[in-house]
Design a protein around this ligand. Structure first.
Ligand SMILES: [Zn+2]
Ligand SMILES: [Zn+2]
Length: 583
């Protein structure tokens, strides 16, 4: 199942916003050339959130330089220079680029087969480009340069390292301000930063892409899995645990070796080739084939929370969002073609229960048969109709990506929207005509004949690591009580309340609540501040009055003092909040 971050770069300029941003990238290149003569230009596309331009610059640049480039850009905008499109023979364009010392542009031109190419001129600046552009630099203006990064020419580490400057642009100042606010907020919520501050997990040079979960992170993990197990039992799933290593021959049979090999880790045992699983499917196939099956046991829902390994380039690793070892909450469901609709609907309801628990809205996308595909017309029709029927029964709007399915079957993807309005692809329901064929899976139908079962792969969380990253950023580390590593901190005001604090703690723990006592001889204000920094949902303050009346003074995260409560009443309140998974 996919592990993409949805960070698609859109090259070219289709949206009006892209035209604005791409024009702004020309303005930036013009400014860079004015300030740093000798700068060589590569490309400057509009991307999802803004634009960038890759330069070879005469010296390394800093954030201070960004400010002066911005100032120069404003000057170019004020000069209101028209952008003029010229078409010229490719050979002439190459000569012109070479005369200007623009060797990267000349190299890219040489690779084109077009006889005629277009360049855009703005004053003394010109750039190889297909366009379209705004009519003049004065039409740009609301922009911000954001960061500097290194980028190998053409993404190849054997090529020179260029300087990439990222920026963004919007039609109005309000839109830019809102975007910058969200960027700041995203930085504040970055799961790598919060994961460290809250002691949830760590990343090590000793194993890039192999995150290490700390005890507090494991509490969240285990809560997610307990919730998962309970729901899956209710939805009629059984569970498997299949090996991480299997003979290479298995991966050849499944097709992974052919299609996925550059992401797979391999090894040798007793002189024989083995590979580490990049997906859990093969184990499920081996299980299915371990005995005969009848239509009477269908749908057969076999789940596996499986650890898979996928080689990602080191430059693409990103915290828990892009890793080399991930844990999927996978399941393979075997059924008859008639069962597709109800079964898919069942998975959709399960996903809905999970996402609504976290307050994550989502939208659905259906991907249909691509040009190159395996499986019969009838099979594709039955499968796609089954998915559509389930979507219609669910009554949620969905987007159709015509021809965007895998070659082995159509699928439904769930894209969740977090508190910062970002979308993440998490759950998928993928039909597969190939795997049952390759492993010759059969069942005995009511006619006593052998038939090929229909199979789906599905995940709900997706990868647990990635889902935890999404949750950390969605909640900004302030997890709902049921997920919080520590749910209540007991804070005695002085040492005189030590024994009452211990009693409160004991009561909480006996009720299944994760609690600790801050028994240090610190001032109470300090203890409260520290608990707030650690985002503990409740602080139970106990002073002489509370000890005398068997109460606690309750402080709730984000709300402050909420008054005093009888100890038993407080425990019951927290217990209920946990049981209901309140947010
Ligand atoms: Zn352009
Ligand atoms: Zn699978």
């Amino acid at each position: 199942m996919g592990n993409d971050q949805g960070d698609a770069h859109s090259h070219g300029a289709q949206r009006p916003l892209d035209t604005l941003r791409h024009t702004t990238s020309h303005v930036m290149a013009h400014a860079a050339l004015r300030l740093f003569p000798g700068t060589k230009l590569d490309i400057g596309p509009a991307i999802a959130d803004g634009f960038y331009y890759d330069f070879e610059m005469p010296r390394a640049i800093s954030d201070d330089d960004l400010a002066s480039i911005e100032a120069e850009m404003r000057r170019i905008v004020r000069e209101d220079i028209p952008l003029v499109r010229r078409e010229l023979p490719r050979e002439e364009a190459i000569r012109r680029m070479e005369q200007a010392g623009q060797t990267y542009k000349a190299a890219r031109l040489r690779e084109l087969s077009d006889g005629t190419v277009s360049i855009y001129e703005q004053g003394d600046f010109f750039d190889l480009c297909r366009g379209p552009h705004l009519p003049s630099t004065g039409a740009a203006g609301v922009f911000k340069l954001l960061s500097i990064a290194g980028a190998y020419w053409r993404g190849d580490e054997h090529n020179p390292m260029l300087t990439r400057i990222y920026g963004t642009a919007f039609p109005t100042q309000e839109e830019l301000d809102e975007h910058l606010r969200l960027l700041e907020e995203a930085k504040r919520r970055d799961h790598r930063k919060l994961g460290k501050d809250l002691d949830l997990f760590s990343l090590h040079d000793e194993g890039p892409g192999f995150p290490l979960f700390h005890p507090k992170g494991m509490v969240i993990w285990n809560e997610l899995m307990a919730f998962w197990s309970q729901l899956h039992a209710q939805h009629g799933y059984v569970q498997l645990r299949t090996p991480i290593l299997l003979r290479k021959a298995c991966w050849e049979q499944s097709g992974h070796w052919e299609h996925y090999r550059d992401k797979m880790y391999a090894t040798e045992i007793d002189g024989e080739a083995y590979a580490v699983k990049p997906m859990n499917c093969v184990g499920a196939m081996l299980y299915y084939r371990s005995r005969l099956h009848s239509y009477r046991e269908f749908p057969l829902r076999v789940a596996e929370v499986g650890i898979v390994h996928r080689h990602e380039k080191s430059g693409e690793l990103h915290g828990l969002l892009r890793v080399r070892q991930l844990t999927q909450d996978d399941a393979h469901i075997f059924m008859t073609p008639e069962q597709i609709r109800d079964e898919v609907l069942g998975v959709m309801n399960l996903v809905d229960t999970v996402y609504s628990t976290f307050g994550l809205p989502y939208h659905l996308e259906l991907s249909t048969r691509p040009a190159k595909s395996i499986g019969s017309d009838e099979a594709w029709e039955a499968a796609t109709n089954g998915l559509r029927a389930a979507l219609d029964a669910k009554g949620l709007p969905y987007k159709v990506n015509e021809g965007d399915g895998a070659f082995y079957g159509p699928k439904i993807d769930f894209h969740v929207r977090d508190a910062l309005n970002r979308t993440w692809q998490c759950a998928t329901i993928q039909l597969d005509f190939a795997m049952p064929e390759k492993f010759d899976l059969t069942y005995i139908g009511p006619d006593n004949q052998r038939h090929r079962p229909v199979m789906i792969h599905r995940v709900v969380y997706g990868a647990i690591e990635r889902f935890i990253a999404v949750l950390i950023e969605h909640f900004a580390g302030a997890f709902p009580v049921w997920l919080a590593p520590e749910q209540v901190r007991v804070a005695p005001i002085t040492e005189a309340q030590a024994s009452y604090a211990a009693e409160v703690h004991k009561g909480l723990v006996a009720a299944g609540i994760r609690a600790s006592v801050d028994a240090r001889s610190e001032r109470i204000g300090h203890k409260i501040r520290e608990a707030a920094l650690e985002k503990v949902p409740y602080v139970a303050v106990v002073g002489p009055r509370e000890a005398g009346s068997h109460t606690v003074a309750v402080r709730k995260r984000g709300e402050g003092d909420t008054g005093s409560a009888p100890l038993e009443g407080f425990i019951e309140h927290v217990r209920r909040e946990i049981a209901l998974k309140s947010r």
